[in-house]
Design a binder for this molecule. Structure first.
Ligand code: ATP
Ligand code: ZN
Ligand code: MG
Length: 395
């Protein structure tokens, strides 16, 4: 039986923030297994992995209060702008596809947040990739290939460590030291909590596992004039976000795949193409029959940055999400986003346009596992019940 702790927050958590505060509470303390905020926002129920001593309970409570304070204080509910609403499309499935995916062996969990996929998911993702490559073609976006590792030095330049520290995944290696390496080889063993290796055996961090695709392009363009004054590119890559207790089923993975179409140039160039991409995808998703809506959103910033950055993104319509319906939980899941970063990367990385100003950037990003998962949640695993367009592309 899990231990529970009821906390009365010093501030009411307004409904529009409850999901985001709940997600952040996962990072508050290692003993937290889950957190639930009552609909009125006046009570937080925390499930614990183990019973805590009174003093540890007080420390945990103080940290929970701090998160609520930092995220909810003075929060103004952003006006959610809905650009498209196609939630009422006819669907053919209403169960949780995870049950069938696991029982058929189509999806296997290798470790929390790490899944392998069989032929059905792989081929379905290829079908979606076909649509995304057509989208990229519309802009004559050039193909790029980016590494899975990403430079710590470069991420620092774009303030990633302040914005999303909680979800980083670090890459390290054993220090170049014969004793350290021999000792590791002799004793390395996986224990319940992880490898038993002392942390001073590992090198300082030079690289991380990439949290997104488009950063690599901006890093490649850093410290010079943008060739041709504008650029459209596309790439697919492995992305990593440590989502702690929020790593559940295929909805939230530690290791997932993102396809991006990326625009670099003037503000008008980026904004016009972002909008063109949305109009194009509107037609594609109609063809597929997906039930979804497109609405304004913000990135999942760390608590310290949350209020300022999230409000800014909402106010300036910097992010729109494609939120697909998950009928089995009567909820939605972001399967893609349309992002505009203004000249943030251009300024911080010194990417300049012909007139000397900083380049603007934007990207259209799709989560491949998520779009396949949402599609299966709406239409099931049997291709006979799929919309014709997908059935034909699937073969
Ligand atoms: P969410 O709001 O669900 O946390 P996000 O706003 O952080 O997602 P983006 O940064 O816009 O996501 O990334 C683009 C897309 O990548 C998302 O729309 C989603 O489809 C996918 N994605 C993001 N995080 C994950 C994850 N942890 N597991 C699987 N797919 C993900
Ligand atoms: Zn991007
Ligand atoms: Mg989001």
């Amino acid at each position: 039986m899990a231990e529970k702790l009821g906390i009365t927050p010093a501030l009411i958590v307004p409904p529009h923030l409850q999901g985001q505060v709940e997600a952040k509470l996962a990072y508050v303390d290692e003993s937290i297994a889950a957190a639930n905020i009552a609909p009125d926002g006046d009570r937080i129920e925390v499930s614990l992995h183990k019973k805590l001593a009174k003093s540890d309970q007080l420390i945990l409570e103080e940290k929970v209060q701090r998160v609520v304070q930092e995220m909810a204080k003075g929060a103004i509910q952003p006006k959610v702008e809905i650009l498209e609403d196609h939630m009422d499309r006819p669907l053919s499935y209403s169960a949780d596809p995870m049950d069938e995916l696991l029982s058929s062996g189509e999806v296997r969990e290798e470790h929390t947040g790490i899944f392998t996929f069989g032929p059905l998911m792989s081929r379905l993702i290829e079908v979606f990739e076909g649509y995304f490559l057509e989208l990229a073609d519309e802009f004559n976006a050039q193909p790029y290939r980016f590494p899975t590792l990403i430079s710590a030095e470069k991420l620092g330049r774009v303030q990633y460590f302040q914005s999303f520290p909680h979800s980083l995944t670090f890459a390290t290696h054993l220090r170049e030291d014969l004793d350290v390496i021999a000792d590791f080889a002799d004793h390395a063993e996986y224990e319940e909590a992880g490898l038993n290796t002392a942390s001073d055996s590992f090198s300082r961090i030079q690289a991380l596992l990439s949290p997104a695709v488009c950063y690599h392009l901006y890093f490649a363009l850093a410290d010079k004039a943008l060739p041709g004054n504008q650029l459209a590119a596309t790439a697919v890559g492995n992305c990593f976000r440590y989502e702690s207790n929020n790593l559940t089923t295929l909805e939230r993975l530690w290791n997932f795949t993102m396809r991006e179409v990326i625009f670099v140039g003037s503000a008008d160039y980026v904004l016009e193409n972002r909008e063109k991409a949305r109009v194009h995808m509107n037609e594609v998703l109609a063809d597929i029959g997906l039930a979804y809506r497109v609405e304004s959103a913000n990135d999942p910033f760390f608590v310290g940055e949350f209020r300022r950055q999230a409000a800014f993104q909402n106010a300036f319509q910097l992010k729109y999400e494609i939120r697909a319906l998950l009928p089995f939980k009567e909820d939605t899941l972001a399967v893609g986003s349309y992002n505009y970063h203004q000249d943030f990367f251009g300024r911080n990385l010194d990417i300049t346009l012909e007139d000397g100003s900083a380049a603007h950037t934007g990207c259209v990003a799709f989560g491949l596992e998520r779009i396949a998962f949402a599609f299966l949640a709406q239409f099931g695993l049997d291709p006979k019940n799929w919309p014709q367009a997908i059935r034909e592309a699937y073969g």
